[in-house]
Design a protein around this ligand. Structure first.
Ligand code: 4AD
Ligand code: MG
Length: 502
């Protein structure tokens, strides 16, 4: 079909097709129309080959532009990064690596990209460089794959719960409570804090002269939520099964590859579930999500797998992962998670050669909070499979966790569970909740939060029942499934200490 014929079929009214659909099409020698960004450009004086991508697929479609059809001034603008509109004919490709290509009849530049100044060139950029250019990094193959997976897994989470009659529950973002009691909340205020003198102060009493939060917008101190759990419990204790999926905020100053100040958490909460039911659910849920990604985003994962394998081979032998990405995901699907108590884990750690040779940086003994070096030892060196650790010492866990009965003094535990994944460490934290009013109130009294949590305690006064739930760190899941090394690279705009760009 030549351009005159194309003109007569009226390409101006042709519908634009996604590149993914064109790549799968067998309608050869038909006129087609698409738009996208040039990702690669090569050729010679007679013909230019453009690799075009519109985000619908990890694959580019090749556009063949014969020099004679396009004048030199236009050809000069075929730069990587430019947005173009293409009309042409879909043909079976003779070249290797693609099955179809478009022979262009009409190319329109929608938005130029200057080859000298456009930062994203078709070459390997460092992750640090791409973080500084986070406004453009969705145009790279790697980040296209990651963000398509982020979408697919969000969708899969809703699917999973919807199919099992969990209701999507919207816990508030603005809150007065610190659900985890860790003091890591971001404060929110409507005071004009740049004008300290103008902020209302308490007039008398022992707090005289301190800021009077009663005069603030909500009439009390206000935080961004660290977890939607407490409110999700209220939902579960009426609707049966609910889940939240939303942003949560933590002002923990841990500048690590696993922590964000703003991250997304998935928190199912279920009435009539004990800790065992909770463990069964979390294992089934995580396997469902991994399988969903393998089944639905195969090309993206294959690309990330190849990248992972290549980077892994360049690492020092001692730091190398034993499995490729797909191999690791399939391994998790095929094997039961190892379930052991905290007490058993301490025994494993203390009888390890690693411990005896003094190789752990942090102390190991019953009662300590496990550090990530300990968690990773258990998962990566000892059990070599995902681990669910449960029944943690009461003193290192949150106030709402259910106290286990009949334990010797000083060795009391709560029905907590953490899921530990290879290469990640803690991916999920959860527990059975304390449903007995007296026990719960003893804890809230200790912490001085009984008054402010009156509504939470109320659910234990009226129709209280055993219930459980957990929180999955969504970015840690994406880290695991993409094989990426830094949590800043699995969320479009990471928020970490001293970093609020974009
Ligand atoms: O273990 P956490 O603190 O548990 C809770 O917040 C409970 N309220 C959950 C519940 O039972 N409903 O956090 C849960 C998970 C962690 O296992 C981790 O995956 C993730 O949230 N997480 C973070 N992810 C990224 N950056 C951070 N700063 C995170 N803190 C926790
Ligand atoms: Mg935790």
């Amino acid at each position: 079909m030549n351009s005159r014929q194309l003109e007569t079929v009226g390409y101006l009214i042709m519908k634009r097709q996604d590149i993914k659909d064109l790549l799968a099409s067998k309608d050869f020698d038909q006129p087609v129309h698409t738009k996208g960004w040039i990702r690669g450009e090569r050729g010679n004086a007679y013909v230019r080959f453009l690799g075009l991508n519109d985000g619908s697929s990890i694959q580019n479609i090749q556009v063949v532009a014969d020099a004679e059809k396009f004048d030199e001034n236009l050809r000069k603008r075929f730069n990587v990064g430019a947005a173009v509109s293409i009309t042409g004919t879909l043909v079976e490709s003779k070249g290797k690596g693609q099955s179809v290509e478009i022979v262009a009849e009409k190319i329109e530049i929608l938005g130029d990209a200057d080859a000298e100044t456009y930062p994203i060139q078709p070459k390997a950029h460092s992750m640090e460089f791409l973080r500084e250019n986070a406004h453009l990094r969705s145009r790279t193959t790697t980040f296209g794959a990651i963000f398509r997976l982020r979408h697919a897994l969000s969708f899969a989470i809703h699917n999973y719960f919807n199919e099992r009659r969990f209701y999507y529950w919207h816990s508030p973002i603005l809150t007065a409570s610190d659900a985890e009691g860790a003091g890591e909340s971001f404060r929110v205020t409507n005071f004009d804090i740049d004008d300290f003198d103008a902020i209302p102060k308490i007039a008398e009493g022992e707090n005289k002269g301190k800021i009077d939060n009663k005069e603030d917008f909500f009439g009390q101190t206000t935080n961004l939520t660290v977890s939607g759990q407490l409110e999700a419990e209220l939902g579960a204790l009426g609707l049966g099964r609910v889940y939240t999926f939303g942003p949560t905020f933590r002002a923990e100053n841990s500048n690590t590859a696993r922590h964000l100040a703003e991250f997304w958490m998935v928190e199912p909460e279920m009435a009539f579930h004990d800790l065992k039911d909770n463990m069964d659910l979390v294992e089934d849920f995580l396997k469902y999500l991994i399988k969903y990604a393998l089944d639905n985003n195969r090309e993206d994962i294959e690309f990330l797998d190849a990248k992972f394998v290549k980077e892994n081979s360049q690492k020092k032998k001692t730091e190398r992962a034993e499995m490729g990405l797909i191999e690791k995901l399939e391994f998790v699907l095929a094997n039961d998670f190892k379930r052991i108590t905290y007490t058993e884990a301490i025994d494993v750690l203390m009888s390890s050669k690693h411990y005896k040779k003094g190789k752990f940086q942090y102390d190991v003994k019953w009662g300590v909070d496990l550090q990530s070096e300990h968690e990773r030892f258990l998962v990566e060196k000892h059990f070599k499979t995902p681990v669910i650790l449960y029944n943690y010492p009461k003193d290192i866990k949150a106030f709402y966790m259910r106290q286990n009965d009949g334990e010797e003094e000083g060795k009391e535990t709560v029905a907590a569970m953490d899921v530990l994944f290879p290469g990640i460490g803690e991916i999920v934290g959860g527990s059975q909740r304390e449903e007995r009013l007296d026990k719960l109130q003893a804890r809230t009294d200790e912490m001085g939060i009984t008054e402010e949590l009156w509504w939470y305690l109320d659910t234990r006064k009226f129709g209280t029942v055993e219930h459980s739930g957990f929180g999955l760190g969504f970015e840690r899941l994406i880290l695991f499934i993409t094989g990426m090394g830094n949590i800043r690279d699995v969320i479009p705009f990471p928020r970490t200490p001293n970093n609020l760009e974009f």
